[in-house]
Design a protein around this ligand. Structure first.
Ligand code: GCU
Length: 326
């Protein structure tokens, strides 16, 4: 009897100790992305980590792994779906294969201008798209501005005819593949990390990206003419594993959501500065930026909208809603 009582007391003491250890222990969430530490994506994610720590009162720590250390965007997303990785920064092109609504962001010349693009990322409709993947193992927490994407090669691309016969690297996105086909080029899907060598060794003749990614991944060293046709504005997206999300307290979920929302706003500012700086730096390093008359590009991709209207009326509705946002 006495022994049993003693045993119970001991268990209680150990139990209390464990409980207090647990309640004060912080949870560390790993976050993967594929840019280097000079890229505005890394700076925005550092801001997100600091805010999350602050808003969760130290209960959530974010450990950032840059440079695709934990794998390509696709591999990271697969880890997120399994719950083996908490967070990943991807983009709408890559996510199209995992959640079809993201595909609309890959349609060329979807947005009227930069302001409308920003307003869509802030809109309720934008948030609906972030939530749509919860049954596929991940939830979008935040959009990050990633500017406009344009073609670059060893020659100027001023008209879709200039893409004829060129092997053009695209992200693994069905819409990006269709876009390059519609413009007359030969799309070659490749992971981001393979592109520098592919351009250097002429495995591909051209690629397309935003200015900071073009310069900070040093693609300008091997492909020095950047033609500003600005065919797409594809947002980056920070996602969290549904499995991990379900283990968090309501307070900590709130902390993450609020940190994510602030990060979207912060990135608008970081992005504008980086785009400017990187362009000026690249000009000094010998890159030629070419102004492009966009009408012929817009005309060449128009059938993509008709096709989506016929084959995916649900997605076409989304396109119409996006276009209706001011
Ligand atoms: C952008 C984007 C990345 C993406 C890359 C690419 O840099 O931010 O998420 O991987 O484009 O072209 O693959």
């Amino acid at each position: 009897m006495c022994l049993t009582k003693h045993f119970r007391l001991t268990l209680l003491t150990i139990g209390c100790a464990l409980l207090s250890a647990n309640s004060s222990a912080a949870t560390t969430l790993k976050l993967s992305h594929n840019q280097n530490k000079s890229h505005p994506v890394h700076h925005a994610l550092q801001f997100f980590a600091e805010k999350t720590n602050e808003l969760s009162q130290g209960e959530l720590k974010i450990r950032i792994y840059s440079d695709a250390q934990l794998g390509t965007q696709r591999e990271s997303l697969e880890l997120v779906q399994k719950g083996a990785l908490a967070l990943a920064k991807s983009n709408a092109a890559e996510l199209e294969a995992f959640s079809k609504q993201y595909g609309v962001y890959n349609l060329p010349y979807l947005f009227k201008d930069k302001t409308q693009y920003h307003n869509v990322l802030r809109s309720r409709l934008g948030k609906t798209i972030l939530q749509a993947s919860s049954d596929n193992g991940f939830i979008g927490l935040a959009y990050l501005d990633a500017g406009a994407r344009s073609f670059y090669a060893a020659k100027a691309i001023k008209h879709p005819d200039d893409l004829k016969g060129l092997k053009v690297r695209v992200q693994p996105s069905p819409t990006a593949v269709n876009m390059v086909k519609a413009l007359g080029g030969n799309p070659t899907p490749l992971a981001y990390g393979e592109l520098y060598t592919a351009l250097q060794q002429n495995v591909v003749d051209a690629a397309e990206n935003n200015i900071p990614s073009y310069t900070l991944s040093r693609h300008h060293e091997v492909s020095s003419i950047f033609s500003q046709d600005e065919h797409t504005m594809v947002p980056d997206v920070l996602v969290i594993s549904t499995k991990v999300w379900n283990t968090l307290t309501p307070e900590n979920r709130q902390a993450l959501e609020s940190a994510a929302q602030q990060t979207t706003e912060k990135m608008f500012e970081l992005w504008a500065n980086s785009e400017n700086q990187e362009k000026q730096k690249a000009i000094k390093q010998g890159v030629t930026f070419v102004e492009v008359e966009k009408a012929a590009f817009k005309q060449a991709v128009e059938p993509m909208y008709q096709e989506i209207q016929q084959t995916h009326p649900d997605l076409y509705k989304l396109v119409e809603k996006i276009k209706a946002i001011e």
